[in-house]
Design a protein around this ligand. Structure first.
Ligand SMILES: Nc1ncnc2c1ncn2[C@@H]1O[C@H](COP(=O)(O)OP(=O)(O)OP(=O)(O)O)[C@@H](O)[C@H]1O
Ligand SMILES: [Mg+2]
Length: 317
């Protein structure tokens, strides 16, 4: 079973205006609500491929209740911990010229008892054969070592851990030693270079990026997938390094493309597909996500069509 964890989920409210005016009243129209959160996006992609997952996280108050019901409406299974504070609502305002203005709340504070409840829940899912996806920002009240602690606990229990984090949370998790370090990591270019403290300029060649991925494999990770937006992706594991150009698509929104990549990989591993097939599925699913509004996953039929266009090349043994 695949478990996705979203510690700081949000109720996403999207609305339209003709133009956004600062210091003035903006009358919103076409207000819609959706379940937001990186783990929820991963779960949605897995479902559209025909797989199953359980989304885990925190919910509180009326916004939390709404979030739960939207997750259920999308056909996703969830197992959230109820908290005293209220789930955040993030407002996305789209102007008629397509410009996007976002207002994101910091999210509720998690108290120690609520955290313990979540930890116990996850420890129940921490069994051999399960993959736990940890992704997204951390809520107030939880330390930057939260993903590290979860990774160590889950890996000791025999589960596989897929991490998508950045900054301090990533740094801690990668210092867990070979026993606690996550199995799978999907940084994007910015997150990888930030981790190594390398400025992002022309000096960063593909060879350099591949070397950095290899350095991460040296820390005990089983697979590093470096996503490079429209430049495609690099896959590195103990057997070699591969690169894949992005599948050309008509782009509507690239938000959540990385989450879809993770969902496709977790699904592919669970199905026992050969590694290059998993990489191809990740390229097709992430490109497909770029063709949909917001973070919506593509239909399986589109992923299958895009799969025929994926080109993966092994660049090192
Ligand atoms: N313009 C594009 N055309 C085709 N595929 C794309 C495009 N942009 C992204 N992708 C696909 O999506 C993958 C992930 O994209 P990206 O590197 O932007 O992830 P990310 O920054 O983690 O995104 P997010 O965190 O919003 O999910 C890429 O490796 C590529 O396969
Ligand atoms: Mg990302």
């Amino acid at each position: 079973m695949i478990i996705t964890v979203t510690l700081n989920p949000a109720l996403d409210k999207t609305a339209r205006v003709d133009v956004v005016r600062a210091n003035a009243l903006n009358r919103l129209r076409d207000v819609t609500l959706d379940a937001g959160g990186k783990g929820v996006n991963v779960s949605a992609l897995i479902r559209s491929l025909g797989g199953e997952s359980i989304a885990v996280g925190f919910w509180g108050g009326g916004a939390g209740k709404e979030l739960q019901s939207l997750i259920a409406k999308r056909g996703l299974k969830s197992d959230f911990v109820r908290i005293a504070a209220v789930t955040r609502t993030n407002l996305k305002v789209v102007a008629d010229d397509g410009g996007l203005t976002e207002f994101n709340e910091p999210g509720p504070r998690i108290d120690p008892d609520e955290w313990r409840e979540l930890e116990e829940k996850l420890s129940g899912y921490g069994i051999k054969g399960n993959t736990v996806v940890l992704s997204g920002s951390l809520p107030a009240g939880l330390g930057q070592d939260t993903y590290k602690k979860l990774s160590v606990m889950l890996r000791r229990a025999g589960a596989a851990v897929f991490l998508d984090a950045d900054g301090e949370a990533l740094r801690y998790a990668l210092e867990s030693g070979p026993e606690g370090v996550p199995d799978y990591l999907k940084p994007n270019r910015y997150e990888l270079l930030q981790y190594f403290g390398i400025p992002d300029d022309e000096g960063v060649t593909e060879t350099k990026l591949a070397d950095l991925c290899r350095a991460l494999i040296g820390k005990g990770l089983k697979l590093v997938v470096l996503s490079l937006g429209e430049a495609g992706a690099i896959f590195a594991n103990g057997n070699g390094i591969w690169r894949a150009p992005a599948v050309p698509v008509q782009v509507r929104s690239t938000v959540g493309a990385g989450d879809s990549m993770i969902g496709a990989l977790a699904y592919g591993f669970e199905q026992g597909l050969p590694e290059e097939r998993c990489f191809a599925l990740a390229m097709a699913a992430s490109a497909g996500t770029c063709t949909t509004e917001g973070t919506n996953p593509p239909l399986r039929a589109l992923v299958d069509t895009l799969l025929t266009q994926v080109r993966i090349e092994k660049i090192a043994g």
